[in-house]
Ligand binder design. Structure first.
Ligand code: DGY
Length: 323
């Protein structure tokens, strides 16, 4: 088996491939591969490890129908037409579970950074604007006892809820298709309607997959139903909120602040007004960026490839995302 990898990945993964006698090539250029290039490269390979947001649509899949496996090195796979892959009998795998804690850490960090305007204040020091101490300046809001609303409570949302309940005694409400019994049992989390989530959350954190149903779900009309002192956090996918509407909502004080690890597009342009707002914290999609987590993600991707190389069912196979 020969595998093409669309980025340089942790040695944990490549070592496993090597030990299984699997040849691989890593794309080491510091730019995204175009779809044309990826189709061309894949003609010489039997498997693909896709890292980042490579567009694996029907055109790609039909042009690479010889692939024996596609291993997405991420938990999200909204860049892949999994239904088309299933029709062509190409198994698609992802890396579930291993990045939940690291991603929830970033959601928690953003919540705290926004509530105390930390990133904006740091930037003021850098531009020599520490300035005169005014007791009524630079005021944040405290999180103790505030309600955390989770949109899409799965593994990552559960970790975020756990941390927030433990650190700040935050009551948890959530909106899901199905109840999350562990969160209800262990954290007293309460399943609510979408409208109730908007109306009652002091911090609203998004942890859902990007699907046709969640794309642009947080737009101007939704922000206008949230509390005026609410903080919006998104560590899932940038396309779940409408960025222009978020900017307006913040400018018009419909909500208090926002923390984003994901933007639309990525990378965010340096001229984006969000970057100069005091109550906003933006990070460059680093939810899973720890030594431990990226190593574990590479390991799971390698496990998917190795299973396919033996003709076995891949261990972390995904199903088409339902809308
Ligand atoms: C994921 O796994 O979907 C993350 O966004 C990648 O870091």
């Amino acid at each position: 088996m020969k595998v093409f990898i669309t980025r340089k990945i942790s040695a944990t993964g490549t070592e496993m491939l090597r030990q299984s006698g699997i040849e691989f090539t890593e794309w080491v250029e510091k730019r995204d591969i175009s779809q044309d290039e990826l189709i061309r490269f894949c003609q010489d390979y039997d498997g693909l490890i896709s890292v980042g947001q490579d567009l694996i649509d029907e055109l790609f899949l039909k042009s690479c129908r010889h692939l024996k496996v596609i291993a997405q090195m991420a938990v999200g796979y909204d860049n892949i037409d999994v239904a088309a892959a299933a029709r062509l009998e190409i198994p698609v795998g992802n890396t579930p579970g291993v990045l939940s804690k690291a991603t929830a850490d970033i959601a928690f960090l953003l919540m705290l950074a926004v509530s105390r305007k930390a990133i904006f204040m740091h930037k003021r020091i850098l531009s020599a604007e520490w300035g005169f101490y005014e007791p009524t300046d630079n005021l944040g809001i405290e999180l103790e006892g505030k309600t955390l609303g989770i949109f899409g409570l799965g593994k990552i949302g559960f970790e975020m809820a756990k941390k927030s309940a433990a650190a700040f005694s935050m009551p948890i409400i959530y909106h899901n298709r199905r109840p999350h019994s562990q969160a209800e049992r262990e954290l007293g989390a309460k399943l609510v309607s979408f409208e109730e989530l908007l109306k009652s959350s002091d911090v609203l954190s998004v942890h859902t997959a990007l699907t046709p149903e969640t794309r642009s779900r947080f737009d101007y009309s939704v922000f206008s139903l949230m509390k005026k002192n609410a903080i919006f956090i998104n560590t899932a996918r940038g396309a779940i909120h409408n960025e222009a509407d978020l900017i307006l909502a913040l400018q018009e004080n419909l909500i208090w602040g926002a923390g984003l690890d994901v933007t639309n597009p990525e990378p965010m342009l340096a001229s984006n007004p969000l970057l100069n707002m005091p109550n906003v914290a933006v990070l460059p999609h680093i939810g899973s960026a720890t030594e431990e987590t990226r190593g574990a993600m590479a390991r799971l991707a390698a496990e998917n490839i190795i299973a396919a190389s033996k003709g076995d069912k891949i261990p972390y196979q995904v199903k088409p995302v339902k809308s």
